[in-house]
Design a binder for this molecule. Structure first.
Ligand code: GRF
Length: 198
């Protein structure tokens, strides 16, 4: 069985979309894959309750309990490794990861970023796209490398930027696309790795 571990920090709507797609599209039968665990760096992340309600194991590794980024990442890796992951999915996980963590999961660590990378890495992507006068915005799923919001692009989706958009309206249009794109990108990754194995 290919175990997928999802890391979240907040609402977990992308995680929920992935969980829904895994059931609807029978990832277990088609790819031998399952969502093994959802792990958060925040105990109050709303997504944790949602994961539990789907019978998914959850864990919390509070970053504030650790003296350094390195120490947090060691503890996080222990929690992740407890589920022998084939794929680690960052879904609104709002911590910068150390090179040691990224290297440990090289080729099996992916992220979603709400911009059309390589444009607008980092925070406040929607406001920055509006301020730049962009006519389109969007979302990117990419492999994680040591450089923040870089790494090989797996898939993207585009939305229009409308004349009256403010950050919140653009964010919600992009988020609707995120919920389509992330499950699709993971499904493609699973299909690809399944074809290498057989
Ligand atoms: C998403 O827009 C994601 O791309 C960004 O943070 C948001 C998380 O939303 N990094 P959710 O927790 O999946 O609802």
């Amino acid at each position: 069985m290919k175990n997928i571990v999802i890391l979240i920090s907040g609402g977990g709507s992308n995680m929920a979309a992935i969980v829904r797609a895994a059931g609807r599209d029978r990832w277990s039968e088609r790819f031998g894959a399952r969502i093994a665990a959802v792990i958060s760096n925040k105990a109050d992340a709303a997504g944790l309750a949602l994961a539990k309600s789907h019978g998914i194991e959850t864990a919390v590794v509070p970053h504030k309990d650790f003296p350094s980024r390195e120490a947090f990442d060691v503890a996080l890796a222990e929690a992740v490794d407890a589920h022998s992951p084939a794929l680690v999915v960052l879904a609104g996980f709002m911590r910068i990861l150390t090179p040691a963590f990224v290297g440990r999961y090289a080729g099996r660590l992916i992220n979603i970023h709400p911009s059309l990378l390589p444009a607008f890495p980092g925070l406040n992507t929607h406001q920055r796209a509006i301020d730049a006068g962009c006519k389109v915005a969007g979302v990117t799923v990419h492999q994680v490398t040591t450089e923040l919001d870089h790494g090989p692009i797996l898939d993207q989706a585009v939305v229009p930027v409308l004349p009256d958009d403010i950050s919140a309206t653009l964010a919600s249009r992009v988020l609707a696309q995120e919920h389509q794109l992330y499950p699709r990108a993971i499904s493609a990754w699973l299909a690809d790795t399944s074809s290498h194995i057989s």
